[in-house]
Ligand binder design. Structure first.
Ligand code: GYE
Length: 304
């Protein structure tokens, strides 16, 4: 087909929006579901997605963002592995007039004009939900808690710890006796739990900042001859399928939901930003909490 001008019709068709997205890595079931959601939603929305995996390293994310700037993408999306250290590269994106959308995790920068919007969960509230479940369901005069923290310096690790501590504060029967990072992975979760149990096997509760670390820790607990979910009450965050399976097996007591399905919302926002429409500065994901006794009923409805 050609028009009177002689140009092919296709050159008049709207140019595809190009989105450069820097993902943290593939550290957890949550993350792989998040990547899947973003890729599928880009396809569905007809957006040209340039996807880059940083293998959990900030320097790789900075490189990816610089390469998106050099390629002159329309929008940059990213999920910052840690909160600090983004000023310089975000200023470069701003100077190049490329809008930046934060998904899942946020950045700690003074100038909030360096990013357009932040969509994702309220990690502080997730920590509080974990803490409230604990204080309502685990009673005793001396409750010894071990904590597996997420990636050091990441938004979810900082806030899930803070929210949880806020709830147990002033309740001296709840004591965090050991707390260390497991970097949001199964392997590290298992390794650190082994070390915790070796130092002192008298643990009542494990609070893990994500399901993957809890699942790794469950293996360590079983190998130590203890019963996860019974001898040690386990609380974690995300609500991935693996957690529901562990709950149905009686090995995990509760998971606080954190949805990774941010793709469709991201693509809709990318389109709005390109069209010059105003977008809210903060878009919060709505989430619940799933104790063990709801797992079998909820499992068929789980999408990640
Ligand atoms: O909880 C964890 C993942 O940033 C909310 O990152 C996300 C966290 C999620 O690796 O499993």
């Amino acid at each position: 087909l050609a028009l009177a001008s002689g140009l092919p019709l296709s050159s008049f068709a709207q140019k595809k929006i190009v989105l450069g997205f820097s993902q943290i890595g593939a550290e957890s079931e949550w993350r792989t579901a998040n990547t899947e959601s973003i890729k599928q939603a880009a396809k569905d929305a007809g957006i040209d997605l340039k996807f880059s995996d940083a293998q959990q390293k900030q320097e790789n994310q900075i490189k990816a963002i610089r390469s998106f700037i050099a390629q002159k993408v329309d929008v940059i999306g990213f999920s910052p592995v840690v909160e600090s250290g983004w000023e310089t590269v975000l200023r470069e994106a701003k100077a190049a007039k490329i809008p930046v959308i934060l998904t899942d995790r946020t950045v700690d920068v003074k100038d909030d004009t360096l990013w357009v919007t932040f969509m994702g969960s309220d990690f502080l509230e997730e920590g509080r939900k974990a803490g409230r479940w604990l204080t309502e369901n685990v009673k005793g005069s001396d409750v010894k808690i071990v904590e597996l923290q997420g990636t050091v310096g990441s938004g979810p690790a900082i806030d899930r710890k803070k929210g949880f501590e806020e709830i147990i504060k002033g309740k001296p029967q709840y004591k965090i006796v050991r707390s260390q990072t497991g970097d949001f992975t199964r392997a590290k979760g298992k390794e650190v739990m082994q070390a915790f149990l070796k130092a002192d096997p008298k643990v009542n509760v494990l609070y893990a900042h994500n399901d993957d670390m809890a699942i790794g820790a469950i293996q360590a607990i079983e190998e130590a001859g203890l019963k996860p979910g019974k001898d040690i009450t386990i609380i974690s965050v995300d609500g991935v399928k693996g957690a529901f399976e562990a709950m149905m097996a009686g090995k995990l007591n509760v998971t606080v939901e954190c949805s990774p399905l941010l793709g469709p919302q991201l693509m809709a926002t990318v389109k709005d930003v390109v069209a010059g429409k105003p977008v809210p500065k903060r878009i919060v994901t709505q989430e619940g909490i799933f104790p063990m006794d709801t797992a079998a009923k909820e499992f068929p409805n789980r999408k990640y």
